[in-house]
Design a protein around this ligand. Structure first.
Ligand code: C5P
Length: 258
């Protein structure tokens, strides 16, 4: 967490550093502890939207870890890795891949090994194949290392994904588990698809969510779970604004007591 008046120094990586004071003399100040907020939850719970808005409201970085799994899946498909058989190549690729986030004028872009894959990683083919990456322990470990390194680099962060509070940042200052009933989640997904003009029916989306819930909860490593240290928020019947406000209040309370 940064002291308000020190925000402009956010790119300094060390815990103590010199900044000019009001009389333009250099003074030594202490960087306060960075704050990690995690949002775990199932498909369609609204994690991405809420995490992005929460990060913006708090002035934190936002990390979309689903996009990282998607980028690795895209890269594996692009380079012809046999996802069903070749776990060694999956592991190697996940360890070598470079994933960057870049905020352009059309919103956040995802760059994978120098290619802008923002649109490509949302294709039904990538979504269908992600399980081969998400189920591979070595790939999960590589993603975890990247996520931890990213958090170290950027400081205050809101990280969302199935395993962020449970595995990647178990000591995060605030951990949320965002849920909603399955029909609500399917409706949200359907409206996302329709705004992207994909021709798909409610029952198909509902069944897809059911399958993904089962796979996410049964995964031997990094399975989706709500732990005791997470604050559970059920967003059924709640709008984005309401969820974000509730989370922001909790984060501020925790920050002020640190
Ligand atoms: O959040 P999104 O739908 O983009 O995530 C795509 C898939 O990536 C999820 O269905 C899940 O299987 C996997 N994933 C994961 N761990 C994360 C984020 C995503 O296994 N932290």
């Amino acid at each position: 967490m940064w002291n308000e008046e020190l925000k402009f120094t956010a790119f300094f990586p060390h815990s103590t550093f010199l900044v000019p004071n009001s009389t333009f003399r250099l003074v030594r100040v202490r960087r306060l502890q960075d704050m990690i907020v995690t949002i775990d939850g199932p498909c369609g719970s609204g994690k991405s939207t809420v995490a992005r808005e929460l990060a913006e409201r708090l002035g934190f970085e936002y990390l979309d870890t689903g996009a990282m799994y998607r980028a690795v899946t895209w890269k594996a498909t692009e380079t012809g890795v046999d996802l069903e058989q070749d776990t060694d190549s999956i592991a190697e690729l996940a360890q070598k891949v470079r994933i960057d986030f870049y905020d352009g004028k059309n919103g956040r872009r995802i760059i994978c090994d120098g290619r802008d894959v923002t649109t490509a990683i949302r294709s039904p083919e990538v979504t269908r194949k992600i399980k081969y990456i998400a189920d591979e322990p070595a790939a999960r470990k590589a993603m975890m290392n990247l996520q931890r390194a990213h958090a170290k680099r950027v400081g205050d962060i809101v990280a969302e994904g199935r395993d962020q509070g449970s595995v990647v940042f178990p000591d995060a200052e605030v951990k949320f588990f965002l849920d909603a009933d399955i029909k609500t989640r399917a409706e949200r997904r359907l409206s996302d698809f329709r705004s992207g003009r994909l021709d798909i029916e409610f029952d198909e989306v509902l069944e897809d969510i059911r399958q993904r819930d089962m796979a996410d909860r049964a995964r031997p490593v990094g399975a989706l779970r709500c732990t005791e240290s997470m604050k559970k928020i059920d967003s059924t019947g709640m709008g984005v604004e309401e969820v974000v406000s509730e989370m922001a209040n909790i984060v501020r309370q925790v920050a002020s007591s640190c």
